[in-house]
Every structure is written in C-alpha cells, then in structure tokens.
Design a protein around this ligand. Structure first.
Ligand SMILES: [Zn+2]
Ligand SMILES: [Zn+2]
Length: 203
C-alpha cells in the first residue's frame, strides 16, 4: 500500500501537462536533434526527461549566443536569468498540478508531513548535489526557495529536496543558485555560469 501511495505521489508530482511542454517547445528556436525515447519508458519519466532536455537546450543556446556576442563575462547573469524565466514559464502549470483541488498550494508548516518526506526521499535517493552520495534520509529536506508563509518558498513537493550539510553550504555560497523547475527537477547554476540538471529518481 505504501509503495502504491508513493508511486501515486511521484506521479502527481511529476506529470508534465501538455501546456508546459508547449511553453517550452515554443521557446525553442531550432528543432535540434531529438533523441529517441524508448517506447517502454514510463510516461512520467519521459515527460520529465523532455522538460530536462528542453531546459538544457535552452541554456546551451544562451551560452552559445553569449559567446557569439562576446558576452562571456555576463554568462552567469544570463544563465541565471534564463533559468528564472523557465521557472516563471511553467509556474502556473506547476502550481495547478500541486494544488489540485486543495484550497491552497503546499502545507502551512515549515516541517513537511511524514508522508511528504517519504515521497521526497523516494524521489531522490541521495543529496541532490551532482555526484554527492549522501543518502537522502541523512540529509535535511531543504526548501529550495527559503520558506516563508504565503511566498513561493512553500512546503511542497515542488520546493523540497534532500541536501546534505556540506552542499547546503555550497547552495548558500556566492554565485551558486538552486532552482526547482518542476517537482524533483532541479537546476544548479555555478559562479562561472555552468549548470547541472538533476532529475527525479536519478541513480
Ligand atoms: Zn507544489
Ligand atoms: Zn551533498
């Protein structure tokens, strides 16, 4: 039963409505090369992977344009702006998805309920910093945007992720940013204008 509930929770958090894809696809200037998706892949994984790939393509294009325009020194700012733009593009869809028929989006408390904690730990087996192997149950559940009642920094599957102590400090270091674009789909940006995309249920 718990397993079924977890699966349902992951599904609720990860479905990518057509409208979101439309927003992202619209923003693509060129079709690029599409990688074939295995037909046996679960629909949820496919949707999130599509979003992740689209984000990556958009950021590559920003970097490409910055180099062409000799604005490499502005890269961190340009990449940061692009990630925030993507986040804004999908925000309404994400909020609607999380909120469902509930009167408000997210839980009123700072501390996530046990069920939500289990869902997040199932979604990410480890700290969401790339290459970090700290098991999620030994991490803090970090509010990607700092928690404040009535702001985007809510206690919800779209704003929580396991982050170990060490990488919590990284997150707070100058030039580092962490965005959660979709539940479980996170983008780290670095002081040099690089980025790392973290998928839900990464191995
Ligand atoms: Zn949410
Ligand atoms: Zn870590």
């Amino acid at each position: 039963m718990i397993r079924a509930d977890l699966a349902k929770g992951l599904l609720n958090g990860a479905v990518l409505p057509d409208a979101v894809r439309a927003v992202l696809v619209q923003a693509q200037a060129e079709p690029g090369e599409q990688s074939d998706v295995a037909p046996a892949a679960a629909p949820v994984e496919t949707e999130v992977e599509t979003l992740a790939e689209t984000i990556d393509e958009r950021l590559h294009r920003v970097r490409h344009d910055a180099r062409l325009g000799r604005r490499v020194n502005e890269l961190p700012r340009l990449i940061g702006r692009a990630v925030r733009q993507i986040q804004d593009d999908v925000a309404a869809q994400r909020d609607g998805l999380c909120q469902g028929n509930e009167p408000q989006h997210g839980h009123p408390s700072y501390r996530p309920p046990a069920e939500l904690r289990r869902e997040i730990e199932a979604r990410h087996a480890t700290c969401v910093f790339p290459t970090c192997n700290q098991p999620s149950r030994r991490c803090d559940l970090d509010h990607t945007r700092a928690w404040r009642p009535g702001t985007p920094g809510i206690t919800c599957r779209c704003n929580l992720a396991p982050v170990c102590r060490r990488h919590h400090r990284t997150k707070q270091s100058p030039g580092w940013r962490l965005h959660q674009i979709w539940p479980g789909l996170l983008v780290w940006t670095t002081p040099s204008g690089a980025w790392h995309i973290v998928r839900p249920e990464r191995q």
